[in-house]
Design a protein around this ligand. Structure first.
Ligand code: FAD
Length: 553
């Protein structure tokens, strides 16, 4: 017999399957020997009150063993000799597009500018050790994309649960722990993700797809407003329709599209800092207990949002028990982000603390940044020239203006950080009091911090709202606004600064046929799962374009 039960138990009662079995047998009057197995279907922590509970939905197998697999298998068939679709970028968008193409009987050719996920790791270590950022291999570029060395949080606001479940099941099929199907806030962890990504690549290769690393798309081949293929930096060209899943940091791609009249639009982003607290402090606040979460609760999460002077101020991509990482994708910039291992066991908890910026805000005097143009031939300076040349009509925002704003702020931050990857930082309460920090607390940010008056040089439009936001967060959560927390500048890559505009039904670019702008870089996803979902949709759209499958879900 199989029974499904909803349980509300103390953390220690949910600590293992045996503990749950004991609880069920005691509470439900069942003989423990008859419970052959349990399967947890859903798990969430309710920390709203002083006593913390774990809510569980459990399937109990009484006098019988489970037969079904813990996850749903997708069948991938051989696609050698089938029509090819080019997938540019091996982030979650590109990888899920490639796997879906295989499901649909098409042959993916994946082109990725960075290295494979293992070799990439050495370049990441070099950023911290030598302060050198390889423009082709970093936290944004390389197999797995921006999601590979991350927290691996897998929740999304997507309402289509079916699509979300599919992505999570594919991750499980490639080696992710099945707990991601259960937890309300699932995450994989940066120590486990690379193996999962390798397995996804191996499925693509085993089915007859291709994966080309260190191969950068330099141009789209467009003939009569239709994509015929791509040119790459290796001299190789590939022919076929193109799923363009290049992420939000491929600024050269945006520049290429703009200069070749492929329609793009500027998009709002959010900008701020990484805020890092001792994880014990966050646990104490969130679990209402001086001892923190103790043995049975994970490092605590938080989420804040407030409207301040007409703009959202909010926490973003929270990493409990994680690290702050140097996520620049080129020289002359500092960009910070966060990641965590699967056990979320470090001494720090961090999150982005960001202020919403709309495209029209760029006209505000506070946001007219004057970064030193020390590099007249740099890509950044070229964009400036592009913007200056393109005398846009009054009142319209240049398509690359938001990207240029990001670039300038990252460059200013790098100047403030002594032109290395040492990040400018300030204690949280000092910032709200507009006071330079005399010293800084220990940090997980391995290139090191330098004390800097962020209140002074962050654009006031952002800094003033952050400061007010912190004060509101501190009121709602006592102890959160503290000098034990440090703000690390600057968090700019929260989403794409550009939208590569596509048709809502065919998912093809509005003017270029056979081009499928995909994932976060195109402005249609914001996170690992939503990029994966969008990748699958673009694969379906490419199949429809090739008249192989009319259905786009
Ligand atoms: P990307 O992942 O950005 O992939 C784009 C790929 O395209 C890259 O591999 C890049 O090298 C390649 N590329 C770019 N240009 C070219 C070219 N010209 N030719 C060939 N290849 C090219 N999201 C979450 O949901 N949960 C998290 O916990 C989380 N943590 C994060 C932590 C960090 C440190 C970072 C940086 C991001 C994090 N994110 C997280 C965001 C998430 O990683 C992205 O939303 C997601 O990866 C977007 O997927 P994508 O495939 O659209 O783009």
């Amino acid at each position: 017999m199989i029974q499904e039960l909803q349980l509300r138990v103390l953390p220690e009662q949910a600590a293992s399957d045996d503990n749950i079995k004991q609880y069920i047998s005691r509470e439900k009057g069942l003989d423990a020997r008859t419970i052959k197995a349990i399967r947890i279907l859903k798990r969430s922590i309710d920390a709203r009150q002083r006593t913390i509970f774990v809510n569980l939905k459990v399937r109990v197998f009484i006098n019988e063993m489970p037969e079904e697999e813990a996850f749903t298998h997708t069948e991938y068939r051989n696609v050698e000799g089938k029509p090819a679709v080019i997938v540019v970028g091996a982030g979650p968008g590109g990888l899920f597009a490639a796997l879906k193409l295989i499901e649909l009987g098409l042959r993916p050719i994946v082109v990725e500018r960075g290295k494979n996920v293992r070799e990439r790791k050495e370049d990441l270590a070099r950023i911290s050790r030598e302060h050198k950022v390889d423009a082709e291999s970093n936290y944004s570029f390389g197999e797995g994309g921006a999601g590979a060395y991350s927290d691996g949080k897998l929740y999304t606001r997507s309402k289509k649960r079916g699509n979300v479940e599919k992505i999570l099941n594919v991750f499980c099929q490639h080696g992710a722990d099945t707990s991601i199907l259960i937890d309300a806030h699932p995450h994989i962890g940066t120590d486990k993700l690379p193996r999962v990504i390798e397995n996804m690549r191996n499925t693509i290769l085993a089915c007859g797809g291709e994966v080309h690393f260190q191969t950068r798309m330099d141009a789209l081949i467009i003939e009569h407003n239709e994509v015929a293929g791509i040119e790459t930096n290796t001299g190789k060209t590939f022919r076929g329709p193109v799923i363009l899943a290049t992420g939000h940091s491929a600024r050269d791609v945006y520049r290429w599209l703009y200069t070749h009249d492929v329609h793009i639009e500027p998009k709002g982003i959010a900008v701020g800092v990484r805020l890092e607290h001792p994880s014990m402090l966050i646990d104490q606040i969130q679990y209402h207990n001086k001892a923190g979460g103790g043995k049975y609760l994970p490092a605590a999460e938080y989420s804040f949002v407030q409207q301040v002077d007409g703009r959202g101020v909010y926490s973003f991509c929270m990493c409990p028990g994680g690290f702050v990482v140097p996520a620049a994708s080129g020289p002359h910039q500092i960009v910070v982000n966060g990641m965590s291992p699967s056990n979320r066991g470090t001494k720090w908890s961090n999150s982005g603390m960001v202020v919403e910026l709309r495209t029209e805000d760029l006209a505000h005097p506070d946001l007219q940044l004057q970064a030193c143009e020390a590099f007249p031939n740099s890509a950044e300076a070229q964009t400036e020239t592009l913007i200056a040349q393109a005398k846009t009509e009054e009142g319209t925002v240049h398509p690359l203006a938001m990207m240029r704003f990001q670039e300038k702020l990252e460059q200013i931050c790098w100047q403030q950080g002594n032109m290395r990857q040492t990040a400018p930082a300030q204690r949280m309460a000092d910032f709200t009091r507009k006071k330079l920090s005399f010293d800084l607390p220990p940090t997980s940010y391995s290139p090191g911090l330098i004390s800097s008056p962020l209140h002074f040089w962050l654009p006031r439009f952002i800094g003033d709202r952050l400061s007010k936001g912190f004060q509101l967060f501190g009121k709602s959560s006592r102890g959160f606004l503290t000098n034990d927390a440090v703000m690390i500048a600057v968090e700019t890559r929260t989403s794409a600064p550009v939208r590569i505009v596509r048709d809502a039904e065919t998912l093809q670019h509005v003017t270029v046929k056979g081009l499928f702008p995909c994932g976060e870089g195109a402005g249609y996803a914001g996170g690992i799962v939503s990029a994966g979902i969008d990748g699958e949709r673009c694969a379906e759209a490419a199949a429809a374009y090739l008249h192989l499958s009319p259905q786009i879900t």
